[in-house]
Ligand binder design. Sequence first.
Ligand code: NAP
Length: 244
Amino acid sequence: MGKVALITGASRGIGKAIALKFANEGYDIAINYIGNPDEALEVQKECQAFGVQAIIHEGDVTDYEAMDEMMKTVLEKLGSIDVLVNNSGITKDQLLLKMNTQSFMDVIDVNLKGTFNAIKAVSRIMMKQRSGVIINMASVIGIIGNVGQANYAASKAGVIALTKSVAKELAPRHIRANAIAPGFIATKMTDVLSDDTKTAILNNIPLQHMGEPEDVANVVYFLASDQAKYITGQVINVDGGMVM
Ligand code: NAP
């Protein structure tokens, strides 16, 4: 059996690009999603076209039991979990005075608690294997903050701190954990921004254009590979120079 990569939120956007990159490199793929089975099935087909095994698994990252069950299913069907990419994420942007507690907690639940749940559920398997790589999707917003994104910024800053703690805790078991902080990447998540907001963001990007999901996927693949075997607990920005 080949190596296995499990990617949460892989039905579209950055997660889809990561799934396709790993499939293209010969990994068997587990595609997690929550509400879009048709898109997940399409990603599965595209992965299988590279001649690898690919399975889809519906599961809410906010639910620990669901994550635990997902890990067991992937292990049973594909034989190991060598790479976990915690990519699922949501935004619920609102200025502070208009942001209610529910919107704040919803974003923390998916982005931060979801990442913790999946890491905790996979850690037993990786510890037993005495190998594994965990890559968490943070954001430059978790480093610099942003107007209207108090919930999102807090969740992604949490993901960065979580990554460093996990990296320290699991290093003796030969498990690496790193985070990626994308800048402004063209997906459904950024489609919803107004043209004015997009122009304002682009003015702050030295490379003067949005990134593509593949720009992030390539770095995820590098971090998962043996080329990065001495890198753990780091945050790598993929942002066209937005934050430096
Ligand atoms: P996207 O196109 O909106 O896709 C989000 C993915 O997350 C979808 O596959 C969705 O599944 C899944 N998801 C949402 N809630 C979930 C839950 N509770 N359980 C499991 N899966 C769930 O987003 P994206 O732009 O590709 O972003 C991917 C990651 O990169 C996120 O963590 C995001 O915060 C981060 N990021 C993005 C940008 C950017 O500019 N796009 C910048 C920095 C960081 P369904 O399709 O089934 O709903």
